[in-house]
Design a protein around this ligand. Structure first.
Ligand SMILES: [Zn+2]
Length: 317
């Protein structure tokens, strides 16, 4: 029997996606359910089981050699548990054990969603060919992951590279994580929008007060909108520069909804990076938009499972 495919799950606050993925990152079968995020933990698990059941009904399922799971965090890969902030019914939920009850002895690899995106960008996207990279998702929250020495570096619990909760403003606003002045508290979409509104920016007739609307206003020259993106860019730049100085990455990839803002974000981000990343060994650092689309989480979970299979000492459960 040929076992050339991997199964992948991407578990987020709005949807649970599953796929069978080949060795080139192509998706050959897929299944999806909405996440019943406000229901109890068993209801959420039932949605996962339905996705797995639909995949297992595919004639391709017998070719799967492993299962990769990318989940909203925090995750604890060493314990096989997840506690996604936006899924309150799951706290220290034994996801790996529960999935194994369905999939049998298929090896399971659990990583955080930021790490999954990183695996996808390194395998197929903007970080391809880079041995030392930081990949970030800037949207409702700010997450990330690291590639070091050519390999994904999830860390013992699967959360390494979580740049959103590095403090870049010592006396800054309290962050929901308990710290102050975190990158996420300044650079996430909701915080970009909040700061623009605080500064007097007002949405247009459609009432859209999202970061995407602030980005459109910034492109049209609205100074408050421009300033809100510049502040977010400085927070991201400080976090990226700190990461580069610690572990010598040569590329930072920025994705997520805010990452789609284009020059409104990337122009001030590159300027600020030149200010913060000053030592000789980080001066060559580049920052680029992500290339992977909405399937990044699935492709990344598959990549992590494949890497684990190729090198069992690489990481994970
Ligand atoms: Zn924080």
């Amino acid at each position: 029997m040929q076992t050339d495919l991997v199964a992948a799950l991407d578990i987020g606050g709005t949807k649970i996606a599953g796929a069978l993925v080949d060795g080139h990152g192509r998706i050959l079968a897929r299944a999806q359910r909405p996440t019943p995020a406000q229901e109890d933990g068993e209801s959420v698990m039932r949605a996962v089981e339905e996705v797995l059941g639909e995949l297992a009904a595919s004639p391709l399922w017998t070719r799967a050699c492993a299962l990769g799971i990318g989940s909203a965090g925090p995750v604890d890969a060493s314990a096989g548990t997840v506690s996604p902030v936006n899924v309150p019914g799951w706290r220290d939920f034994p996801l790996v054990e529960r999935v194994r009850a369905v999939t049998g002895d298929l090896p399971v690899e659990l990583i955080g969603d930021g790490v999954a995106i990183t695996a996808a960008e390194h395998w197929q996207g903007a970080a391809r060919g880079h041995d030392n990279a930081l990949c970030m998702v800037v949207s409702t929250g700010v997450g990330g992951g690291l590639v070091l020495d050519g390999r994904l570096h999830p860390g013992p619990t699967g959360n390494a590279g979580h740049i959103g909760h590095i403090s870049v403003d010592l006396d800054g606003d309290p962050c929901p994580c308990g710290a102050r002045g975190c990158v996420e508290r300044i650079a996430s979409g909701p915080n970009i929008a909040r700061r623009a509104l605080d500064g007097g920016w007002r949405p247009g007739p459609d009432g859209d007060a999202s970061a995407a609307a602030v980005a459109a206003a910034a492109r049209a020259g609205d100074p408050v909108a421009v300033a809100s993106f510049e502040r977010a860019a400085r927070a991201l730049a400080a976090g990226i520069a700190a990461t580069a100085t610690l572990v010598e990455i040569d590329i930072a990839v920025v994705g997520g909804g805010v990452g789609k803002a284009g020059d409104v974000l990337f122009a001030p981000l590159r300027r600020a990076l030149a200010e913060y990343a000053t030592l000789s060994f980080v001066r060559g650092l580049t920052v680029v938009p992500a290339r992977m689309g909405t399937d990044a989480g699935l492709v990344g979970a598959a990549a992590a499972a494949l890497a684990r299979r190729a090198d069992p000492t690489a990481a994970g459960v």
